[in-house]
Design a protein around this ligand. Structure first.
Ligand SMILES: NC(=O)c1ccc[n+]([C@@H]2O[C@H](COP(=O)([O-])OP(=O)(O)OC[C@H]3O[C@@H](n4cnc5c(N)ncnc54)[C@H](OP(=O)(O)O)[C@@H]3O)[C@@H](O)[C@H]2O)c1
Length: 250
């Protein structure tokens, strides 16, 4: 179905790099008409993504907002046109901290960025989707939701479990209205995320536990996200697809 995405507008949060950038470009290559490239700190990266989106034939623009704070979420919502495809990708561990050093502020930051932002953005774009009787939402969970996370990542893991559960609940609520909600759950993707939060040893251990024999790439995840947005996934609702090279098959 070559034209299935034509005329559609997609918002990809956290598209300045990593999985989000790869997803924005992959959607443009599949024929999405307009890709909104959200970023937080890396405007340069967002502009590079936009350039690649345009090179793939789509229109687009960049939008900056800190989604770890309600004011930032509201600032993004104030700029949004009607969205057909929402990829709630922006997320982070923020920083590794164990129970005894974890602060209330860090708790709120991790939960707002990974959970509240996805919930609130979905809430904001839903009315137009409901009016049209169509729309797709893909959320980013994590293998951490299944295994409790690595050292100092318990609240991040809990946040990603909340994302998985919200995906199920919203899928049931919105399926009768023509809107599909699903999620992907990456294992270990060898990108900036782990360059920031993990050591080479953590990555080598993850690779050793991966039957596919390598860590994931941004494109491994982006391709599945595009599948979830596509007509081929028309009967998929409320699922969280584990993409981890066979490391975990829950
Ligand atoms: N990498 C992995 O192995 C892995 C595994 C499981 C799940 N995930 C999830 O996959 C998603 C994408 O991660 P990634 O691997 O592509 O990470 P990444 O390379 O670190 O990119 C993170 C993206 O999120 C944005 N972001 C971070 N903090 C933000 C904030 N406070 N407000 C708004 N945007 C913010 C960043 O924007 P700026 O660069 O502009 O600041 C960036 O675009 C995340 O939800 C992550 O939790 C990743």
């Amino acid at each position: 179905m070559p034209d299935e995405f034509s005329g559609k507008t997609a918002l990809v949060t956290g598209a300045s790099r990593g999985i989000g950038a790869a997803t924005a470009v992959a959607l443009a290559r599949r024929g999405v008409a307009r890709v909104l490239v959200h970023y937080n700190r890396h405007r340069e990266g967002a502009l590079e993504t936009l350039e690649a989106v345009r090179a793939a034939g789509a229109d687009g623009e960049v939008m900056g907002a800190n989604l770890a704070a309600l004011a930032g979420i509201e600032a993004l919502l104030a700029q949004l046109p009607e969205i057909d495809i929402l990829i709630n990708n922006a997320g982070s561990l923020v920083r590794r901290a164990r129970l005894l050093e974890f602060t209330s502020e860090l708790y709120d930051e991790v939960m707002t960025l990974n959970v509240k932002s996805a919930w609130t953005i979905t809430q904001a774009v839903a009315p137009a989707m409901i009016r049209k009787g169509s729309g797709v939402v893909v959320n980013l969970s994590s293998i951490a939701a299944r295994n409790g996370g690595g050292p100092g990542a318990t609240i991040y893991a809990a946040a990603k479990a909340a994302v998985m559960t919200i995906t199920k609940g919203l899928a049931k609520e919105l399926a009768p209205l023509g809107i599909r909600v699903n999620a992907v759950s990456p294992g270990t993707v060898d990108n900036d995320f782990h360059r920031e939060f993990s050591t080479r040893q953590i990555l080598d251990n993850a690779m050793a536990m991966t039957p596919a024999g390598r860590l994931g790439t941004n494109e491994d995840i982006a391709d599945v996200i595009v599948f979830l947005c596509s007509e081929a996934a028309r009967y998929l609702h409320g699922q969280t697809l584990e993409i981890n090279g066979g490391m975990l098959a829950p």
